[in-house]
Write a protein that binds this ligand. Structure first.
Ligand SMILES: Cc1cc2nc3c(=O)[nH]c(=O)nc-3n(C[C@H](O)[C@H](O)[C@H](O)COP(=O)(O)O)c2cc1C
Length: 193
């Protein structure tokens, strides 16, 4: 692998606004992270969940160290990942802090079950994943939390909730495939296929 030596790198000043602008263009799947147990629970909306490895099954999520979930994840050594369906926009907004709700109050209005680790998991999520904390790497304002997947509950539902250009968008396999078919037909006929 060729690695560019540090001294040869040109320093290009990047403003926070430029960086935010670039990240707004990145479509992210929306999940709700849950943490804690019993009445000592909280959670937050995230787009930073990423698969880390399949064997062993691990994922990572980048969490602001000031977020209320961070100390609970560390204390209990577990967290839940709830991959949201398109019709769970209200859950996404509540867990992003809309309406000023905090902690256990964010869970009202939706159905939850308790995972083996003790964290709440959302009924009707596209997928609910129970994770044990394997490692937390603190870097800058955030902690990269690595979770070892303990249990998974997949739903048969399809339409996902994504975030792009500062707004929530529905990704619906059936509708999107139909739309793609519509636009691809004229393209093909133009080539005389
Ligand atoms: C679509 C969306 C994605 C977000 N993704 C992240 C994320 O990946 N990591 C993070 O730390 N905060 C993220 N946030 C911000 C948190 O959801 C928000 O700050 C939350 O209220 C923090 O929880 P707290 O109020 O309990 O501290 C995101 C917010 C939105 C609306």
């Amino acid at each position: 692998m060729n690695v560019v030596p540090r001294e040869l790198m040109t320093e290009i000043p990047v403003s926070s606004a430029d960086f935010r602008g670039a990240m707004r263009r990145l479509t992210g799947g929306v999940s709700v992270i849950t943490a804690g147990r019993g009445k000592d629970i909280t959670g937050m909306t995230v787009t930073s969940v990423t698969s880390l490895s399949v064997d062993p099954p691990t994922l990572l999520v980048s969490i602001n160290r000031d977020a209320s979930s961070f100390p609970l994840i560390r204390r209990y050594g577990a967290f839940g990942v709830n991959i949201l369906a398109a019709d769970q926009l209200d859950v996404a907004e509540r867990f992003a802090g809309k309406g000023g709700l905090k902690g256990a109050d964010r869970f009202a209005g939706a159905q939850w079950v308790t995972a083996v680790s003790g964290v709440p998991l959302l009924v009707g999520a596209l997928s609910s994943v129970d994770c044990e904390v394997e490692d937390i790497i603190e870097r800058h304002s955030h902690g990269i939390v690595i979770g070892r997947v303990r249990t998974i509950k997949n739903s048969v539902r399809n339409a996902a909730l994504a975030y792009w250009h500062g707004q929530y968008v529905a990704v619906d396999q059936d509708e999107d495939v139909a739309r793609l078919a519509e636009v691809s037909v004229p393209a093909r006929s133009r080539r005389g296929v």
